[in-house]
Design a binder for this molecule. Structure first.
Ligand code: ADP
Ligand code: ZN
Ligand code: ZN
Length: 727
């Protein structure tokens, strides 16, 4: 008898596979199937074929459909997700299906459709569109500026497809078939000659290319790391095969990197994968990666799970970046998963950073990773910016700005150069304060304060999205003198405008960049010299290159120096190094002024000396004394419900059981996190701390089983966060 039983993974919160009969479809392992599960029909993935089931034959149902025309998912991706499901204690089926493009989670067969781009017909007349067809009017207006892809149209309206169809029937539109996804560059830009450090890096990595080996490429911004990636890929993918996976922390960074790779490596087809792609485009790019046609895949976090036919090299750029950590569902860290993947597929992995994560630094120091250092900025005349602290306790601050900082900006303005004023986002948003009774507008659903958005006249919760009008009077005492307090970006914008009325100020934050492409338009304006002062949050810190920017001012950093979160200082240092890197990239020397009440703090001393190594070593010593990661391993059990008593009962149960299960892991008592309430849910967490990974994992497996069986399981939302980044 042939192996006619299929082991199928389904998107359900159970960590098991389900047996079905093939039913004559003849599906292969790795293909999708449609099955009935309970009362629903679900998409599943065939993980294995076996001869026998533990279930009695009459209990086995045949699959309803097998998607036999689709390419099967590669075994290596199964293996990677199997590892992740185990390590992060997340149901395998859910992990597996979440890694697929959404089109592959739908019941309709996922033949990748042809993509079209649309433009207006030469004689198209807007009068032909009935007034009430708002979407059509919107599309018409957008097309007057030029051709649009399906992805772009989908961003205009959810019902664009119907509108476009009607407009086509009315002869208003012309469609053109486009080869979506697989774009290659036009002409090739010449490669610069590598400097000694770069050459050494490329040579070392490529000479050990047939094996798993982690490399830390350590070099400040502008030291030529990206150039190393490019020439390394060129070498390792020479010949007509091989693929490289390049992870970047943020969607905003993919277009830049994409452009650079395309113009330098036009012969290597490249696709990008990130959440800003339309569903169709995402599927297509994913399939091009799977088939091996795409030679370079650039993507954010989730793309670490992309099936690749012939992986030769993994690169994780800005490996220290916290956005590699998924904060819900399966809480994986893409850098760590990339390391596992490289190990499983026996290929080298390059972790690039100017400020490596302490874990990575530790591994490089201990010899687990090999470190390659790029010592200087790659462009000879580009100098390091001078970093100075302004003692905020001795300088009078006007609306949070010291005179020294304002003068420095005025100087730049007079010279026709640009300044960047950087605010650390966390906790510095303006809140609405009553001057009489000190009432502060709270979010009713979170233990957070509402943030004032003056321009829109609204209050918003940055955690749950709740929004309301600014009240005319204090709800607590009736006082009408309510005013925003704190240095939000909008507030600062007003202050700066008053101080320097002639300056052209551009604010870049989450609000001002909400619209699609807004950020890119803003960046273009900066490049075009249409902006004198840039004001913004960490969105500006990363990857952007402004040659005429010579001053970076930093305010509001001090709370991170004394945060209860032991990673706060590490993050602040990385962030400040990164913004400092924005100053003086070309031939102009840059200056960085940091306003702080603690100018002698070791963090600032190291920063002034551009000495990450010194800072990292001092942090590591501290962590060793405290036995914090990387000298220990932690997991958090997070739970929330509408009633804290339930959460507490659940966490106490977990703590008691954990203590009974092992003595090798320290189990703390349940506590409430800093954000006690979120979106109306009361939250609690339990910290588990072990000297080694294995003891922690040995505890978590049986513990998670017990929790899944707990009677409160249905009434509590809970999750295990292994190697959490935030506490
Ligand atoms: P990083 O990725 O470390 O920030 P980049 O690779 O972007 O650094 O390099 C910074 C700048 O220096 C870029 O404009 C790049 O084109 C240029 N560059 C890099 N390597 C060289 C080189 N060997 N010779 C000349 N210019 C280089
Ligand atoms: Zn009041
Ligand atoms: Zn809220």
């Amino acid at each position: 008898m042939t192996a006619s039983i299929l082991k199928v993974a389904i998107d359900v919160p159970l960590d098991s596979l389900f047996d079905y009969l093939d039913g004559g479809f003849d599906v292969t392992v790795g293909q999708r199937v449609l099955v009935s599960f309970g009362r629903r029909r679900q998409i599943g993935l065939v993980v294995a074929r076996v001869a026998e089931s533990e279930l009695p034959a009459d209990k086995l149902k045949p699959i309803e459909h097998g998607y036999v025309d689709e390419p099967a998912l590669d075994k290596s991706v199964f293996r990677l997700l199997r590892f992740c499901a185990d390590y992060y204690h997340y149901p395998f089926g859910q992990a597996l299906l979440a890694a697929l493009p959404s089109r592959l989670r739908q019941i309709e067969p996922a033949v990748s459709r042809k993509q079209f781009a649309y433009q207006l017909s030469p004689d198209a007349d807007i009068e032909a569109i009935p007034r009430r067809k708002i979407v059509q009017h919107k599309i018409f207006a957008a097309l007057q500026l030029g051709e649009l892809s399906e992805t772009a149209l989908a961003q205009l309206s959810a019902s664009w497809r119907k509108a476009v169809q009607e407009m086509q029937e009315a002869g208003l539109l012309q469609a053109r078939e486009v080869l979506a996804g697989l774009k290659t560059g036009a002409g090739q830009l010449p490669s610069p000659e590598l400097n000694t450090d770069q050459l050494q890096a490329v040579t070392a990595i490529s000479s050990a290319a047939q094996q798993f080996k982690p490399w830390l490429l350590y070099g400040i911004t502008g030291s030529g790391k990206t150039e190393v990636y490019i020439q390394l890929i060129e070498r390792l993918l020479a010949g007509n095969h091989g693929q490289a996976l390049v992870l970047v922390p943020e969607i905003n960074l993919t277009p830049q990197l994409e452009g650079r790779f395309r113009s330098r490596l036009p012969h290597l087809p490249l696709v990008s994968l990130h959440s800003n792609l339309g569903e169709g485009e995402r599927l297509q790019n994913w399939q091009l990666a799977q088939s091996g046609e795409a030679r370079i895949v650039i993507g954010t976090r989730l793309s670490v799970f992309t099936p690749l036919k012939d992986l030769k090299l993994v690169i994780v750029d800005e490996e220290h970046d916290a956005s590699y950590k998924q904060q819900d569902s399966m809480r994986y860290h893409a850098r760590d998963v990339a390391l596992v993947r490289a190990q499983q597929e026996k290929v080298p992995i390059v972790l690039g950073s100017a400020t490596p994560a302490l874990e990575t630094w530790h591994n490089a120091q201990s010899g687990k990773y090999e470190m390659l250092v790029l010592t200087n900025r790659a462009v000879a005349q580009a100098q390091l910016p001078q970093i100075r602290c302004i003692d905020a306790t001795r300088n009078v601050l006007q609306d949070g700005l010291s005179q020294i900082l304002v003068d420095a900006m005025r100087e730049r303005l007079a010279r026709g150069e640009q300044s960047l004023l950087f605010i650390n986002r966390r906790g510095y948003s303006p809140v609405l304060l009553c001057s009489a009774c000190h009432w502060i507008a709270p979010c009713m659903r979170c233990s957070a304060r509402l943030v004032v958005h003056l321009r829109q006249g609204r209050l918003r919760c940055h955690h749950c999205g709740h929004e309301q009008k600014i009240p005319p009077a204090c709800p607590s005492c009736g006082n009408t003198d309510l005013h925003p307090t704190g240095h939000g970006t909008q507030r600062l914008e007003q202050t700066l405008a008053a101080l320097m009325p002639e300056a052209r100020i551009l604010r870049v934050d989450r609000d001002s960049t909400q619209r699609k492409h807004a950020l890119n338009e803003m960046l273009d304006a900066v490049h075009a010299g249409e902006v004198d002062i840039l004001l913004g949050t960490q969105m500006l810190a990363k990857g952007h290159d402004f040659p005429n920017l010579t001053l970076v001012g930093v305010i509001d950093t001090d709370s991170a120096l004394f945060s209860p979160d032991f990673r706060a200082a590490e993050r602040l240092f990385a962030q400040l190094m990164q913004v400092a890197g924005r100053a003086g990239r070309a031939d102009k020397a840059g200056e960085v002024l940091i306003q702080t009440a603690f100018p002698d703090h070791v963090l600032f001393n190291a920063l002034r000396a551009h000495d990450y190594a010194a800072f990292a070593d001092s942090l590591l010593q501290e962590r060793e004394i405290m036995q914090f990661p990387p000298y220990s391993h932690v997991a958090l059990l997070k739970a929330e419900a509408n009633d804290y008593a339930l959460v507490q009962r659940f966490l106490r149960f977990a703590a008691d059981n954990a203590r009974a299960l092992t003595q090798k892991v320290t189990i703390y008592d349940p506590v409430r996190p800093q954000m006690e309430r979120l979106k109306g849910m009361e939250r609690g967490q339990l910290l588990m701390h072990a000297a080694d990974r294995l003891s922690l994992q040995r505890l978590l497996h049986p513990l998670v089983e017990q929790l899944r069986d707990h009677p409160l399981n249905a009434r509590i939302r809970w999750a295990v966060d292994v190697d959490p980044l935030e506490f």
